[in-house]
Design a protein around this ligand. Structure first.
Ligand code: ARG
Length: 279
């Protein structure tokens, strides 16, 4: 009885503390935004000005997700290198600027581009119609498609249709993710920040398959006797470099660079470096 009363009292106290807290919270935020709104606005403008000032004209910023060997990855866990990086270097050279690379989650790239944090996206990004509504794409520079990775001893999956009823791992926000998430009957879609994490869960038996772009899939399965790569039929994809809609200056520099390096053999050299000699 005594205990019950105490409990009741305690709960009343905690409820009122909670609601006090809520009111206090509301009061504070309201008054802050009302009283100091002018100040806040001015500050924001200052920050913006600073950013544009700080943004060095001699620098061009590539946004990427360096988890996508051989297109962009960290060499020995340090410097970001790869096929896309070398192409971006050529774009920077053409523009007479220094290349700076910003590494971020793949699914934040378009937002970063459209809020001017980066000048272009070079990330093995497939030029899809959906994305074309948000960004402008360069000419395509690489032909690709999705592949399926399964355990070496798996005989139940040989095509994309066999993914029905399975647990499938993907990299969040990629075309592989879009495909798997739109496929009816998939038991579950596990969306990882990186393809490597997805493959780790495949090895651990937490997912039955991983759907990811062909070249990174080859890298991830290289020398892994417990995994196999299925060259199942998939829609073909074209990689392109993205700029903010209307940024014709950078778009033109990218397209001119792509034309130049294809004509003068540089593209083939970079290709050979990352993919071996053309088949
Ligand atoms: N090509 C796929 C896409 O556009 C995957 C790209 C992932 N790239 C990366 N750097 N993680 O969605």
């Amino acid at each position: 009885m005594k205990n019950n009363k105490l409990l009741k009292a305690l709960s009343i106290v905690s409820v009122s503390v909670l609601s006090l807290g809520m009111f206090a919270g509301c009061g504070t935020s309201n008054s802050t935004s009302e009283v100091t709104s002018n100040e806040v606005d001015t500050n924001q403008e200052e920050v913006k000005d600073n950013n544009t000032n700080v943004k060095d004209d001699n620098v061009i910023i590539m946004g990427t997700n360096a988890e996508f060997e051989p297109f962009e990855y960290r060499e020995n866990g340090m410097d970001i290198v790869g096929f896309d990086v070398e192409i971006a270097e050529k774009v920077a050279e053409k523009m007479g600027k220094e290349l700076v690379i910003e590494d971020m989650a793949f699914d934040s790239l378009i937002m970063a581009l459209n809020s001017d944090k980066i000048d272009f996206i070079a990330a093995g990004m497939t030029a899809t119609d959906e994305r074309r509504t948000q960004v402008d794409f360069s000419e395509s520079y690489f032909h690709s498609k999705q592949m399926i990775i399964v355990k070496a001893d798996d005989t139940s999956i040989t095509t994309a249709d066999d993914l029905v009823g399975k647990n499938v791992g993907v990299q969040l926000g990629t075309t592989g993710d879009l495909f798997v998430s739109a496929t009816e009957g998939i038991a579950s879609v596990a969306q990882f920040q990186t393809g490597t994490q997805a493959v780790m869960d495949l090895k651990n038996g937490k997912v039955d398959a991983v759907v990811i772009d062909a070249e990174p899939a080859k890298k991830m399965t290289e020398g892994q006797s417990d995994l196999k790569l299925l060259d199942a039929p998939f829609v073909e994809e074209e990689y392109a470099i993205a700029v903010k809609k209307g940024n014709d200056e950078v778009l033109q520099a990218i397209n001119e660079t792509l034309t130049d390096i294809q004509a003068n053999g540089t593209y083939d050299e970079i290709y050979a470096k990352y993919f071996g000699t053309a088949e």
